[in-house]
Write a protein that binds this ligand. Structure first.
Ligand SMILES: [Fe+2]
Length: 261
């Protein structure tokens, strides 16, 4: 068990202090945000989870203004105690989970260019902000994220454990679906920032399974094309309540690997 204080991540030399330089956004940046916003938002009232749609209102995202992290943090701090933490792009797993475990959501501040509207090598702030941040206003959702990251930190030196926990993160936070009043809706940010996958994930082409920790821990995911399986939760509380099961099944799978050698 680590004896590090929980907030070790803030003094880690790899985590440079960065801020969103709002004045530096160009006309192209504003246009990219507007095009992506106007293209995706009309699809969402019938497709996205209510918690997401309420979150968009609460954080006041709109087509004309690129998300402003200072304003956003004002809202998040008041609603769930979370905040955005600016990072340069993809960061090491321990920093990533370390920030989440301290209720800080890592986000980039750069936007894709006009000729990259549909394809990106790594997530830009349209994905990080538009797709992730509205849900940071939901308490069960953020409590799940904080504690899932706590489990990851306990196993941070075991690549197999991190790979297994990434499956949970992937099939919930990035590609999760929820059933609300009998209707399938999206809460996964990887889907919410993709017009194509928004349509695809709710269609009858992929398989939809009920949320099952053991099945997810045994399911590989795709990074380069749409998922062929999605897992459906009944509520955000269900995610939070599944944390002890995640730990239990994970320990079991790690022990199995140990015995097999
Ligand atoms: Fe993401």
């Amino acid at each position: 068990m680590s004896t590090k204080p929980k907030d070790w991540v803030f003094t880690d030399p790899r985590l440079k202090e960065l801020r969103q330089d709002y004045a530096a956004y160009t006309e192209e940046d504003f246009n990219v945000w507007k095009i992506l916003f106007e293209r995706q938002m009309p699809n969402l009232p019938k497709a996205a989870s209510k918690a997401y749609l309420e979150g968009v209102k609460a954080v006041k995202f709109n087509a004309d203004c690129i998300a402003n992290f200072e304003e956003l943090n004002g809202v998040l701090t008041k609603t769930t105690g979370w905040a955005v933490h600016v990072v340069p792009g993809l960061i090491d797993d321990d920093l990533f989970f370390g920030l989440l475990n301290n209720r800080r959501f890592p986000s980039s501040t750069w936007l894709r260019k006009m000729d990259q509207l549909d394809y990106l090598e790594e997530p830009d702030m349209f994905h990080d902000a538009f797709a992730h941040m509205p849900l940071l206003t939901n308490q069960h959702y953020v409590d799940f994220l904080e504690n899932l990251s706590g489990i990851a930190l306990k196993h941070i030196n075991d690549p197999w454990a991190i790979q297994l926990l990434s499956r949970i993160y992937w099939f919930t936070i990035e590609f999760g679906l929820i059933r609300e009043e009998g209707v399938l809706r999206i809460y996964g940010a990887g889907i919410l920032s993709s017009a194509g996958e928004t349509k695809f994930s709710l269609s009858d082409q992929p398989k939809h399974f009920p949320y099952d920790v053991r099945q997810i821990l045994n399911t590989e995911y795709w990074k380069d094309h749409f998922q062929d399986k999605y897992f459906v939760i009944d509520s955000y509380e269900q995610l939070f309540n599944s944390l002890p099961v995640i730990e239990e099944v994970l320990e079991e799978m790690l022990a199995e690997k140990e015995t097999r050698g």
